[in-house]
Design a protein around this ligand. Structure first.
Ligand code: 3H9
Length: 717
C-alpha cells in the first residue's frame, strides 16, 4: 500500500500525520491509516481530541490521481470522510501546507481548520476533468456561499491561507499549526459541547434558493473559460442540488452520481494524461536525476522586442533580476515602457498591488552595453530570425559573459548546433523557445544541441519550473516539435482552401473540434506577409499550399496588421469579418492550379488537419526529436491552443485507435494523392502490434532526423 499515517499522542491529543511524500495524496495506505488512526483515537480514553496534519510541505494534495481509471483497493474515501465527520472526539485540521481537492475536502470534514500562513487551499478537480467528489461541492458552498464556491471550483485556482480565512474556509491562521491546534482543541473540548459540522450549515443554501443569478453567472463563466469541457456543467448541477435538496445526504448522493459520469468520461482520461504528461516532460530520459543544477541568480536578455520583453517579465515575476540589452536606445526605451505598461495593466486589474509592481519592475534593468550582462548566469538571445545575426551575437556573448554562464537562443527554428559552433562553450548553448506573449504562454521548448551538456539541460528544466512553464525537450531538428507539426497542419488547411472550402468554414470546423483559434484566423494574426517576403527576397516560387496566401499579399492583404487578410478587420478590432471579395481570388488560383472547387464536409476538414498533425507527430517521435508522445501533447496544448480535454494530438490518436488513424490516412491519401497522408512507419508498426504511441524508440531503432539544409520546414521559418 502507498503512504501511511503516523500516530502519536501528546498531552492527551492524538496527532495524525499523513505521510506520503512528496505531497501526501490520499493513496490506499493513507486512507487505511486515517481510518484506523481515527478508530484508535476514539477508543483511547486518554485522548480528548484529534489533530490532523501532513508531513513536509503538503497537508494533503488530494485523491491519488494515479488511482483513477483503475481498481481502487482498501478503505474508500467516503468511509474515511464519514469516520472523520462523525468522530466522537473533536477534530482540528492543522493545514500545514498544500490542501487541494480531496485534501481540502478532508479538512472540510473536520470540526475546525487552522492554516499555516503559507498554506493554500483549492478544489482543482476540474483541471482533471473531474468534480470535487468527496463532498466538496456540498460542503464548500455551505461555508462560502454558492457563488464563491462555484468560482473556486470552476477556476480550480489556489486560494492563499489569508484569503481562505477571509472567505470563511479556515477558522484561524497560525505560524505553528500543530501546537496551536492542540491548544485550540483543549480550549474547545472544555467549553463546547457540540462541535460544528459543515454539513449542518444550511443558511447560505436556503438563502440562495429561487435565485437564478448565481447559476447563470456560473454557466457564463464555464462557457467562457472552459469551452467544450464536461466537468464544469456537472459541478454546477452539484451546487444546484446542494441549494435545492433539504437533505445533505441526498446532495452527496447526487454528487456521487455526477462524479461517476465524469470519471467514465473520455475527457477525464485525456486531462489526467496531461497532468502526468507535463510532469514526465520535465524528466529527460538520459540525464541522471542527480545532475548538478546551476543556481540562476541573474539573467540577461538580448533584444527588447515583444519576445525579449516577455521573457524578461518571466524572470522578474519569478524574483530573478534581469538585464536587457538592445543596440538601439529608442528600441530599448520602447521595450521597457511596454514592460511597465504590462505591469500597470495588471495593477489596474487588481492582479498586482502598486508595491508589488514596483518590486517586480525594479528587478528589470537595461543598457546598450554587452559588458552589463557579463555577470549573468544565463543570457537569452531574443532577436529576429537571422542566422548570421545570431552568430555575431553569440560570438560577442562568448567574449563578454562569464565562462560558466549558459547562452540560450529563443530561435523558433534555426539550427542550435550552428549557433553553438561560433562559441568556445557549445556545451553551455541551448535553445529556449518561448511562445508569444512569453509572460503568458506556458510552453517552453528546450532545444538540445548535439553538445549541450546534461548540466545545462537540467538547469534549463529547473529554471523552466521556476518560471512556471511547461518545459519540453526537443532535439535540434527543423521546426523542432511544435512548428514542424504546425507547418503540416496549416499546409493542409491551405490545401482545403485550394480545393474548395472557405477560410471561415475551415476555422469554424476546427474551433468546434476545440482549437482555440482556426488556422486562417491564426495566419491573419501572425501575418501572411512573412513567408511571402522571405520567398520574394530569396527569388523562390510559392509552393502550392502558399499560392493563395501569396496572391493575397500581392493585393496588399497581410492580415490583421493592415486590416485585411483572409478576413477583414475594422479599425482597432481583432474580430474577423467575412471577406467575400477574396472569393474570386480563391477561384482563380484553384483553377490555375488544376483544382475543380468542391463542397468539403466539416468532417473532412477536421480529419485532414488533425491527421496531418498526428502523422508528423509520429515521425517526430520515431526520430527521437521528442522523447515521448505525451511531450508532443504538452507542446500542442500549451503552445498551439489544442483542447486540453482531448489530451493533445497523440493522445487523441491513441483514443481513436491507431488502426482507425491508419484507415483514415489511407483514405485521404487516396482522395488527395498527397503523401502527407502516407502513414508513418511508426504508426503502422504500433497499430499492427496493438500498441499505443508512447516512448520514442531506442537510439539504434530511430529514423534519421530531418536535416536543416534539406528541410522545407526550415525554409519557412
Ligand atoms: C481529487 O482529489 C478528487 C476528489 O475530489 C474526490 C475523490 C473521490 N496524486 O506537481 P509536482 C505527484 S482529484 C498523485 O511536480 P509541485 C506528481 O505527479 C486530485 N500524485 O510538485 C509528482 O510526481 P513525480 C485533486 C500526485 O510542488 C509529485 O507528486 N488534486 C498528486 O510543483 C510532485 O508533484 C489535485 O489536482 C496527486 N494528487 O506541485 C492536485 N499531486 O515526482 C494535483 C502531485 O513522480 N497536484 N502528485 O513526477 C498539484 O497541483 C501539484 O502537484 C501540487 C505540487 C501543487 C500539489
Amino acid at each position: 500500500m502507498k503512504g501511511t499515517v503516523l500516530y502519536d499522542v501528546k498531552d492527551g491529543i492524538a496527532i495524525l500525520t499523513v505521510d506520503n511524500p512528496p505531497v501526501n495524496p490520499l493513496s490506499d495506505g493513507v486512507r487505511t491509516g486515517l481510518f484506523e488512526s481515527l478508530v484508535k483515537a476514539e477508543e483511547d480514553s486518554s485522548v480528548s481530541g484529534v489533530v490532523l496534519t501532513g508531513n513536509g510541505r503538503a497537508f494533503i494534495a488530494g485523491a491519488d490521481i494515479s488511482e483513477f481509471g483503475g481498481n481502487v483497493e482498501g478503505v474508500s474515501l467516503n468511509e474515511v470522510f464519514n469516520k472523520l465527520e462523525y468522530c466522537t472526539k473533536p477534530v482540528v485540521a492543522a493545514i500545514n501546507g498544500i490542501a487541494l481537492g480531496g485534501g481540502l475536502e478532508t479538512a472540510l470534514c473536520c470540526n475546525y481548520r487552522i492554516a499555516d500562513k503559507k498554506a493554500f487551499v483549492g478544489l482543482p478537480e476540474v483541471n482533471l476533468g473531474l468534480l470535487p467528489g468527496g463532498g466538496g461541492t456540498q460542503r464548500l458552498p455551505r461555508l462560502v456561499g454558492p457563488g464563491e464556491a462555484l468560482k473556486m471550483m470552476l477556476s480550480g485556482g489556489h486560494v492563499p491561507a489569508t484569503k481562505a480565512l477571509h472567505m470563511g474556509i479556515v477558522d484561524k491562521i497560525s505560524e505553528n499549526v500543530v501546537e496551536d491546534a492542540m491548544t485550540f482543541i483543549k480550549e474547545v473540548s472544555e467549553s463546547v459541547e457540540n462541535h460544528p459540522k459543515v454539513r449542518d450549515k444550511n443558511e447560505k443554501m436556503i438563502e440562495a434558493r429561487g435565485d437564478d443569478k448565481v447559476m447563470l453567472e456560473a454557466q457564463a463563466l464555464a462557457a467562457k473559460t472552459r469551452k467544450g469541457q464536461f466537468a464544469p456543467g456537472q459541478i454546477i448541477k452539484c451546487v444546484e442540488s446542494a441549494i435545492n435538496l433539504d437533505d445533505f445526504d441526498e446532495g452527496l448522493k447526487k454528487e456521487g452520481e455526477y462524479f461517476l459520469e465524469c470519471l467514465l468520461h473520455p475527457q477525464r482520461e485525456a486531462m489526467i494524461h496531461m497532468f502526468f504528461g507535463e510532469r514526465a516532460a520535465s524528466k529527460i530520459s538520459d540525464v541522471p536525476k542527480d545532475t548538478k543544477v546551476m543556481d540562476i541568480k541573474k539573467a540577461g536578455i538580448i533584444g527588447s522586442g515583444t519576445m525579449g520583453g516577455g521573457i524578461a517579465m518571466c524572470f522578474a515575476n519569478a524574483g530573478i533580476p534581469v538585464h536587457i540589452i538592445d543596440q538601439d536606445q529608442d528600441n530599448l526605451a520602447r521595450g521597457i515602457s511596454v514592460i511597465e505598461k504590462n505591469y500597470d495593466f495588471m495593477v489596474g486589474r487588481g492582479k498586482l498591488t502598486q508595491d508589488q509592481k514596483d518590486a517586480v519592475f525594479g528587478l528589470v534593468s537595461s543598457s546598450l552595453d554587452y559588458k552589463d550582462v557579463s555577470d549573468c548566469d544565463i543570457v537569452i538571445e531574443a532577436v529576429y530570425e537571422n542566422l548570421e545575426l545570431k552568430h555575431e551575437i553569440f560570438k560577442s556573448l562568448d567574449e563578454h559573459v562569464k565562462g560558466d554562464a549558459i547562452l540560450a537562443s529563443n530561435t523558433s527554428g534555426l539550427d542550435i548546433d550552428s549557433i553553438a559552433s561560433v562559441t568556445k562553450r557549445p556545451e553551455k548553448v541551448v535553445g529556449t523557445h518561448f511562445f508569444s506573449p512569453a509572460n503568458i504562454m506556458r510552453l517552453l521548448e528546450v532545444v538540445r544541441g548535439d553538445q549541450t551538456s546534461n548540466e545545462t539541460l537540467a538547469t534549463i528544466m529547473a529554471i523552466g519550473k521556476k518560471l512556471k512553464k511547461a518545459a519540453v525537450v526537443s532535439l535540434n531538428a527543423p521546426g523542432f516539435i511544435g512548428n514542424r507539426m504546425l507547418f503540416g497542419y496549416t499546409a493542409q488547411a491551405n490545401m482545403l482552401l485550394l480545393e474548395g472550402a472557405l477560410p471561415h468554414q475551415i476555422d469554424q470546423a476546427l474551433e468546434s473540434f476545440g482549437l482555440n483559434m482556426g488556422p486562417f484566423r491564426m495566419m491573419d494574426l501572425v501575418g501572411l506577409d512573412l513567408g511571402w517576403r522571405a520567398r520574394k527576397l530569396g527569388g523562390k516560387e510559392s509552393p502550392l499550399h502558399a499560392k493563395i496566401g501569396d496572391e493575397l499579399c500581392e493585393q496588399n492583404r497581410y492580415g490583421q496588421k493592415n486590416g485585411a487578410g483572409y478576413y477583414n478587420y475594422s479599425e482597432g478590432s481583432r474580430a474577423p469579418n467575412p471577406a467575400p471579395e477574396n472569393e474570386a481570388t480563391y477561384e482563380k488560383i484553384s483553377a490555375e492550379n488544376g483544382f475543380t472547387r468542391r463542397d468539403i464536409s466539416d468532417e473532412e476538414i477536421v480529419d485532414r488537419c488533425i491527421l496531418a498533425l498526428i502523422n508528423e507527430g509520429a515521425d517526430i517521435l520515431s526520430e527521437g526529436v521528442a522523447q515521448r508522445a505525451a511531450d508532443i501533447d504538452v507542446v500542442y496544448i500549451n503552445g498551439y491552443g489544442f483542447p486540453i480535454w482531448r489530451g493533445g494530438p497523440m493522445h487523441h490518436a491513441n483514443a481513436m485507435g491507431l488502426d482507425v488513424v491508419i484507415e483514415k490516412l489511407n483514405k485521404y491519401r487516396e482522395i488527395t494523392g498527397n503523401d502527407v497522408y502516407k502513414p508513418s512507419e511508426m504508426l503502422l508498426k504500433l497499430a499492427e502490434s496493438g500498441e499505443r504511441l508512447g516512448e520514442a524508440p531506442a537510439k539504434e531503432d530511430r529514423k534519421e532526423k530531418l536535416d536543416f539544409e534539406m528541410s522545407s520546414v526550415a525554409n519557412n521559418f
